[in-house]
Write a protein of this length. Structure first.
Lengths: 442, 286
């Protein structure tokens, strides 16, 4: 009895084992493609084809990016480019990690913020010898530059946010939005518009998307946290604790938006805020960034021409727009030199050649983070505003990109939502957020 | 004998293989990772039980566990009551019973993510519009409060799964011998007595199956949760599965998320096994 069972088990183990090996072998074959761990086996000498696998987290311009790659490939016969675009923040990073741990590493990949850069530090090639790194605008590359001059990555583009207003509604209410530089000005304007809601035919002054915690926890909070973190994401990344020195200012701005918003705030999401309430002219202004422009244009081209953006008032920093670099390009150093160089050449070409610039500005609708775009017409008014502010240097940094991973999504954002719901007082919400920061920094 | 053995292993190997590849090996690897500081790429040290200790003080995890338990209780009761009710309806002498069966089963064919978005529209827009029209404020804040978020997910799940549970009950209801029902009628049993004392004990095996399905399903729900409320407002409707995904992927604490998953796995396994054991004892043979 014992013997038979033992035999059976042994047979089973062998069969199972053999199949595992077989399957693993298959996996290996398809896994170690060009540009993978085995960078050496895809040659890369002169005349040979160099494969550039690009993985990036901004799906919005995937199609145009592919067109650009096609053009580059037609000009450089020995380069093969394959692009993988994965949507939205967290999904992208998960997939990037997965690709790295499975050995199918991309040659060029995008990273956002100090946390991600830190995790992939060992696989990033030094970019300081690229022309793009030299041409990067002031303030866009310091965050990814080491003391010894090593540059980890180069910026994609610039983005900026503030209050985007509907000019027509403001004109009807007799207010010049561009003159609103302090909180008091803004509050008075909001009261005025609110009192004429019916005449203006709007539902509310703001549409605050309470369901999207990033609008409050990343963007709005950034304005009030940037002074204590010197407007620098690296300082945020290194901060052991937060003081919330500007907590009162933060609260009154959140209250102002919340009390004059379309209800119910907590189930209002991004698409309702932008596509429904703002682009149909049902609210006077929303707190958003230049990235909403293509959507506005698609919904109502006429309204899209009549929008503008003003900064969120911060005492002592009036008329400064929060502008930051949402993503960076990094080149994987686990490749042979020729491949790394080809990757750098491609990035240089994209941002600095005439064809590339044309694409960056007109097809990608990027606000360029590089010099040499002064003569080019930037495609939309919101991006123009962002570029103007960054040219003149009147900007506030994006410290939220240096928040601990998951801080806003799992801790800070929910606390702010609980405040809006009345489940927590302001003091409790801030206190809980301070504690969460400290425990995540341990 | 030898031949038989070979056939045995030929048949069992594919199952064994896939089971070990997608269940057993990952569980063992996961268990291993939960004792390390794995970040998705590298392991630098073993941390012993510290992740598990930290779990005990993780309020959000405990809250999501409690939410999941409450959700499971509500949806198990509703699912079984409604599923059985529907099954009784479509096994009665109704003319439209064949169409009704299809209709009730339909929601089950739609993916959870899509259903979530459809119901999000219904709760936020349709409910609000109806509420505004008839002047009921309570209908206008759906999914913006924890309570409405809770019932939103319950309604969605019940709507989706009730048809599936119905099918299982139909199979067992049709297996109840006619002569037993007839003799009960002759003895003067009321319809309720007939249900309580004849049908109910005979379909007890169905409870074992449906309870197991509803229990393990409602514990593991993720896609409906994600698309309907996304855990909001303020993570009050976050279930355990979502808490684990958030910890591991958006919080990028792979090993800690893994230890949560292990604890979750043990809880679900314990509850399901206990339930099957007790339900089995209640079944009667003819």
């Amino acid at each position: 009895m014992y013997n038979i069972r033992y035999k059976k088990m042994k047979a089973g183990a062998i069969l199972t084992g053999a199949s595992v090996v077989l399957l693993a072998a298959c996996g290996n074959e398809s896994g170690a493609g060009p540009g993978g761990m085995g960078g050496t086996n895809n040659g890369g000498g002169d005349g040979e084809t160099i494969q550039l696998n690009i993985m990036q987290g901004k799906v919005e311009f995937n199609e145009q990016f592919n067109e650009l790659a096609d053009q580059y490939m037609s000009e450089n016969e020995n380069i093969q480019i394959e692009i993988t675009s994965v949507g939205g923040g967290t999904d992208y990073f998960t997939q990037l990690t997965t690709r790295f741990s499975s050995g199918d590493e991309p040659t060029i990949f995008s990273v956002a913020g100090p946390n991600e850069i830190e995790q992939f530090q060992d696989t990033m090639a030094d970019m300081s010898d690229t022309e793009a790194a030299q041409a990067a605008l002031e303030g866009t590359i310091e965050n990814v530059t080491h003391e010894d001059g090593r540059v980890d990555a180069i910026p994609y583009n610039l983005e900026g946010y503030g209050f985007i207003y509907n000019r027509e509604i403001f004109e009807q209410a007799g207010i010049d939005p561009e003159s609103l530089s302090t909180y008091e000005d803004l509050e008075a304007a909001v009261e005025t518009i609110d009192s004429q809601k019916e005449d203006l035919g709007i539902e509310a002054v703001f549409a605050l998307p309470g369901a999207e915690s990033w609008v409050m926890g990343d963007h709005l909070a950034n304005v009030y946290l940037s002074p204590e973190l010197n407007g620098n994401p690296v300082d945020a990344y290194n901060a052991e604790s937060l003081e919330f020195e500007r907590s009162d200012e933060f609260k009154r701005m959140l209250d102002l938006q919340m009390n004059h918003s379309v209800e119910p705030v907590l189930s209002l999401d991004y698409s309702q805020q932008v596509e429904e309430y703002f682009s149909l002219g049902q609210v006077a202004m929303i707190q958003q960034g230049n990235w909403i422009y293509p959507t506005l244009e698609q919904m109502d081209p006429e309204l899209a021409e009549n929008v503008g953006m003003i900064p969120i008032p911060l005492e002592g920093h009036e008329d400064q727009l929060p502008v930051g670099v949402p993503n960076y390009w990094a080149v994987n150093s686990n490749n042979d030199e020729a491949t790394v160089q080809a990757a750098k050449d491609f990035l240089d070409w994209m941002y600095l050649s005439d064809e590339g610039k044309e694409f960056v500005v007109n097809e990608f609708n990027f606000v360029p983070a590089y010099e040499g775009y002064e003569d080019m017409e930037i495609s939309d008014p919101l991006s123009q505003t962002v570029y103007d502010y960054s040219q003149s240097g009147d900007t506030i940094g994006w410290v939220f990109t240096g928040f601990p991973t998951g801080y806003q999504l799992n801790e800070f954002g929910p606390n702010l939502q609980a405040y809006i719901a009345g489940e927590m007082t302001w003091e409790e919400a801030i206190e809980a957020s301070k504690e969460a920061w400290e425990s995540m920094r341990e | 004998m030898r031949n038989k053995e070979l056939t045995f292993w030929l048949f069992i190997t594919p199952v064994l293989l896939s089971l070990s590849l997608v269940v057993i090996v990952p569980v063992i690897m996961g268990l291993f990772y939960s004792f390390t500081n794995w970040d998705g790429l590298t392991i630098t040290e073993f941390v012993g039980f510290s992740h598990y200790q930290r779990l005990l003080g993780d309020e959000q995890f405990i809250q999501s566990l409690w939410f999941t338990v409450r959700f499971s209780i509500a949806s198990i009761i509703l699912l079984n009551v409604i599923g059985l009710g529907l099954a009784m309806l479509v096994t009665s002498k109704l003319k439209s019973k064949n169409i009704l069966r299809t209709v009730f089963f339909m929601p089950n064919l739609i993916g959870g993510l899509i259903l979530g978005f459809i119901w999000q529209f219904i709760f936020i827009r349709v409910f609000a519009a109806v509420g505004e029209f008839i002047g009921v404020e309570a209908l206008q804040v759906w999914l913006a409060t924890p309570t409405t978020g809770f019932w939103g997910i319950v309604i969605l799940t019940v709507w989706q799964m009730a048809g599936y549970i119905m099918i299982i009950y139909i199979a067992y209801l049709q297996g109840v011998p006619k002569e037993l029902l007839e003799s009960a009628e002759i003895d003067g049993a009321t319809p309720f007595q007939k249900f309580r004392h004849v049908i109910f004990p005979l379909i007890a095996p169905a409870f074992t199956v449906t309870m197991f399905l509803t229990l393990s399903n409602s514990f593991k729900i993720y896609d409906q949760n994600l698309s309907l409320t996304g855990g909001g407002p303020f993570n009050s409707t976050q279930m355990v599965a979502m808490n684990i995904v958030d910890t591991a992927f958006s919080g990028n604490q792979m090993a800690y998320g893994q230890s949560k998953a292990i604890v979750f796995f043990i809880i679900v396994a314990l509850i399901s096994l206990t339930q099957v054991y007790y339900n089995k004892k209640r079944e009667v043979d003819l």
